[in-house]
Design a protein around this ligand. Structure first.
Ligand code: G6P
Ligand code: ZN
Length: 544
């Protein structure tokens, strides 16, 4: 036993994307691949000696092996303590909570989020900093630079640590502390929501709910919080046992991949409320009886009803949304007299705004919602926020949504994804579109006149860093928008995302299906970017 220094050579592809380093499992299984990336992370942490690190993952294939490697490398690096979730499990928001609560220097979360798992599926490594949030670009760039210069990594040689039993165990000079993955997180949520009131409506049958954990990390969290603590009947949590391959499914809570849940909510005698989360527990999808709440509307509705929830009763400092997220939240912010910030896609961009106290709630169209309670989006938090609102208002979800539209207007919204297209074709499409932008301004296309056509660039109001090329926007004079972006999270080819939005102030026109209401914008989006001819696809793979 002792520290071994192993010679290695850099891998050229360890540049973290939107959310950590995400690659197919066989890539991570190459000799030294994981070790190199972990060493690059550790080398960018200033003075790790004597510090605490948090470690856990979503339980997917390769989680268990990777955890052991990281523990041994942490011992070699000189960390004093690693808090690791029992059996290597920690959801992304729970990891963020634990980092903050115990003043850890950062945390490593093993997940490829909603991407499928298994021997041929994806694996991922995310690094979060001391505020509990995803490492900002200057840190991920430093990690990448370091990964390109590595000649060695260090690892402590010892037998694997038993992660089944809670408690503290020595690994060389370091302490491995195996923690209950749910306890700290549940304690935090209990400070924010009125658990008694939610339990009461569940107990009396006024609120019947289902939650689909999609065989991913939220199973144990939801069973503990919804069933054991709030008293929802056994079976409320469906697919609650985390499996290394997520049961062969695609744990992305949307209308396509959470199809079974959607069928229940749109079927015979639907429950009052349904929700699902993703692989690592940070996303959420909210459904009511015969009703799907778009993530953009969900953010706006949470903001508009925040005064009903104990943790947010004193008001919101501000709201932030990613650029492609609909402007529904902006309308609530305007009414509340608070600021609404527009950031690039990626939760990491909310970190500075949250740390500076400029915003309380954040949300993204990609099924992410969260607040200043942690520095990640948080699936079960969103579920409890909704349950708290429902417990107080005792109004069906669909009515709450319609009522919101009547008050604020409806931002019709949809996202069309073209998945797995050839990288070259996708880049050609984006560059041809970008070249066209100057000529589009002022043009009238069908019923729409282009007011702005640009590639979104963000200047962080806190640290003034600038992030360019964050998505092509066509903003029309009436506020409607078409946004085009290439996904930063896929691992197979490229994914083109087209985001469509149109505002409808008149209650008599707010009941349409979004695809119908947006039909002319959809056509326009296809024509302007030549999507069909350049991608070779006649329709999107996923519509949400
Ligand atoms: C991850 C990030 C989100 C982001 C999403 C975008 O889930 O945590 O903050 O919105 O990726 O994914 P995309 O595939 O559109 O780049
Ligand atoms: Zn996720």
């Amino acid at each position: 036993m002792g520290i071994q220094v192993i010679a290695t050579t850099p891998f050229k592809d360890q540049k973290p994307g939107t959310s950590g380093l995400r690659k197919p499992v066989p890539v991570f299984q190459q000799p030294h691949y994981l070790e190199n990336f972990i060493q690059a992370i550790f080398d960018t942490i200033e003075a790790p000696q004597g510090q605490t690190l948090v470690l856990g993952g979503d339980g997917r294939y390769f989680n268990a092996e990777a955890i052991q490697v990281i523990l041994k490398m942490a011992a070699a690096k000189g960390f004093a303590r690693v808090k690791v979730g029992q059996n290597g499990i920690l959801s992304t928001p729970a990891a963020s909570c634990v980092i903050r609560k115990y003043g850890a220097v950062g945390g490593i979360i093993l997940s490829a989020s909603h991407n499928p798992a298994g021997p041929q599926g994806d694996f991922g490594v995310k690094f979060n900093i001391a505020n509990g949030g995803p490492a900002p670009e200057k840190v991920t760039n430093a990690i990448y630079e370091r990964s390109l210069a590595l000649t060695h990594y260090s690892i402590y040689t010892a037998p694997d640590v038993n992660l089944h039993t809670l408690g503290e165990f020595p690994l060389g000079e370091m302490i491995v502390e195996v923690i209950d993955p749910v306890a700290d997180y549940q304690a935090l949520l209990e400070t924010l929501f009125d658990f008694d009131r939610i339990a009461e409506v569940i107990r009396t049958g006024k609120l019947r709910l289902v939650f689909d954990a999609m065989h991913a990390v939220t199973g144990p969290y939801a069973q503990q919080i919804l069933e054991k603590c709030l008293g929802a009947p056994p079976g409320t949590v469906q697919n609650g046992v985390p499996l290394p391959d997520f049961g062969g499914g695609h744990p992305d809570p949307n209308l396509v991949y959470a199809h079974d849940l959607v069928q229940q909510l749109f079927g015979e005698q639907p429950p009052d409320f349904g929700a699902a989360s993703d692989g690592d527990g940070d996303r959420n999808m909210i459904l009511g009886a015969n009703c799907f709440v778009t993530p953009s509307d969900s953010l706006a509705i949470l903001a508009a009803n925040a005064q009903l929830v104990p943790g947010y009763r004193d008001g919101l400092a501000g709201i932030a949304r990613s650029m492609p997220t609909s402007q529904a939240a902006d309308r609530v912010a305007a009414k509340l007299g608070i600021d609404c910030y527009e950031t690039p896609t990626g939760w990491k961009f909310f970190g500075n705004l949250l740390d500076a106290g400029k915003v309380t709630l954040c949300g993204e169209e990609s099924f992410g919602t969260g607040s200043n309670h942690v520095r990640e989006k948080d699936g079960l938090w969103a579920v409890l926020f909704w349950l708290n609102i429902l417990a107080v208002r005792q109004t069906p979800v669909a009515e709450i949504v319609k009522d919101h539209w009547r008050t604020y207007g409806r931002n019709y919204y949809s996202r069309h994804d073209y998945e797995g297209i050839e990288g070259d074709r996708a880049h050609t499409l984006m560059s041809q579109l970008e070249q066209k932008l100057p000529s589009l301004v002022g043009q009238t296309l069908g019923a729409y006149t282009v007011a702005t056509a640009d590639n979104f660039s963000y200047s962080d109001p806190v640290d003034h860093s600038v992030s360019q090329n964050q998505g092509i926007r066509l903003i029309f004079e009436d506020g409607s928008r078409i946004v085009y972006r290439l996904s930063g999270t896929g691992t197979q080819g490229a994914t083109l995302r087209v985001y469509l939005e149109r505002f409808e102030p008149h209650p008599s026109q707010q009941h349409l299906d979004a695809q119908v209401a947006l039909a002319d914008l959809i056509q326009l989006a296809n024509d302007v970017a030549n999507i069909q001819s350049l991608t070779g696809r006649d329709r999107p793979t996923v519509i949400t």
